[in-house]
Design a protein around this ligand. Structure first.
Ligand SMILES: *Cc1c(COP(=O)(O)O)cnc(C)c1O
Length: 403
């Protein structure tokens, strides 16, 4: 049964399906070969039945594949699957998470427009906005993710986008998506949420009122640290603009990477829950140790936005950070004494990683900006992976013993 009515019925079933089912099945249309797993279409272009058909495809009159910079079946399967998971009309895949943020800005903003952005966003996002968007005449004001009144005061007549990440990296500050979505609506701006840390398995910003979600697929969507990629997700009107940017300017996702991300999405919720369970157990253990000054994880009841996190997330995610007693030397001794976890800045991997933010991910910030962002010399970030928690605790004990 591969006829049209079977396909239509399957699509109808999927449209009503729950998240886990969508994660495994959304977006796939089988070819005449009857393959079960999604194929990788490594082709740059497509053949038309006639000159007339070629003309109709190029003009957009007839839907279908034209050229893999903007139409590829494997990439489209990934786009439909991530859109189904976020509960969005449409998604556009990009070559990286940064390309997703750049494409959103380039597609939706013009010179003279203004962005209000959380101060606690990924470091490279700050560079993109402060250096490259500023060069094109788009200004950005940075505000605290925690204080709505700062956002409200920063919004002016030219403000088009509000941009945030929650939980923030590395201190796990939680921004109130519902409140900021209401503010965006009231002031006629679009709320863009970088949902990299939670993924749709734990948090659905569009359901909470956000307009657009951006992703670094490099992290949890892949989940095993293999490929770089990204996505922009939202309403068709804005996504058509983003796709237009991809089509003409070229930061497209490769079909091979799309296939890797598709395989990652199939296990997304199971992994996110396992990451979260390991991270919570590790946060609780660290919290009880002498030698640890403070633990930052929104799953701990004493976290100042614990209730807010619980109200907008299904679990608390895989990233935590903590301050050791002492300064940079103590933090480095702790990191250097570990034998299991990887000393690397990547996150969203089955393998646990450990890093010293002040001299790596946040090393480009001035001392003043570091102080304001709470990035102290004794701070360590751990992106908790899927190893056995007992082994992770033993490794952290090695770090503690070195202090
Ligand atoms: C890694 C990351 C990005 C950038 O993604 P790339 O795929 O590395 O370009 C953007 N936002 C957040 C929160 C990230 O962690």
């Amino acid at each position: 049964m591969t006829d049209d009515s079977y396909l239509q019925q399957r699509l109808a079933v999927l449209a009503e399906a729950e998240l886990d089912t969508r994660a495994v099945r959304a977006g796939q249309t089988r070819t005449a070969e009857g393959e079960h797993s999604e194929p990788i279409f490594t082709t740059s272009s497509y053949v038309f039945a006639s000159a007339e058909e070629a003309a109709a495809r190029f003009s957009g009159e007839q839907p279908g594949n034209v050229y893999s910079r903007y139409t590829n079946p494997t990439v489209r399967t990934f786009e439909e699957r991530i859109a189904a998971l976020e509960g969005a009309e449409m998604a556009v895949a990009t070559s990286s998470g940064m390309a997703a943020i750049l494409s959103t800005c380039m597609a939706l903003l013009k010179s003279g427009d203004h962005i209000v952005c959380s101060r606690s966003v990924f470091g490279t996002t700050t560079v993109l906005l402060n250096k490259f968007m500023a060069k094109l005449g788009v200004r950005t004001t940075f505000v605290s993710p925690l204080h709505i009144d700062e956002w409200e005061q920063a919004i002016g007549a030219d403000t088009r986008l509000l941009f945030l990440e929650t939980p923030s990296n590395p201190l796990a500050e939680i921004a109130d998506i519902r409140a900021l979505a209401a503010l965006a609506k009231k002031r006629d701006c679009l709320l863009v949420v970088d949902n990299c840390f939670c993924t749709p398995a734990l948090q659905k910003p569009l359901e909470l009122g956000a307009d657009i979600v951006v992703h670094s697929a490099t992290k949890y969507l892949d989940g095993q640290g293999r490929c770089v990629g990204g996505a922009v997700v939202g309403r068709k009107a804005e996504m058509d603009e983003v796709l237009g940017f991809i089509r003409s300017c070229g930061p497209s996702m490769s079909p091979f990477n799309a296939w890797v991300f598709l395989k990652g999405l199939e296990t997304l919720r199971l992994r996110m829950e396992a990451h979260s369970a390991n991270a919570l157990a590790l946060a609780q253990w660290l919290n009880e140790q002498d030698g640890i000054e403070q633990v930052f994880y929104s799953g701990l009841p004493e976290h100042p936005q614990h209730a807010l996190a619980a109200s907008q997330q299904r679990a608390f995610g895989g990233v935590l950070s903590f301050k050791v007693c002492g300064g940079r030397e103590a933090a480095w001794q702790f990191i250097n004494a570990t034998r299991l976890v990887s000393i690397t800045a990547n996150l969203g991997d089955a393998k646990t990683t450990i890093v010293h933010p002040a001299t790596t991910t946040h090393g480009r910030l001035s001392d003043e900006d570091k102080a304001r962002a709470g990035i102290t010399e004794n701070l360590i970030r751990v992106a908790v992976g899927l190893e056995d928690i007992a082994d992770l605790i033993k490794d952290m004990q090695r770090g503690l013993d070195a202090l």
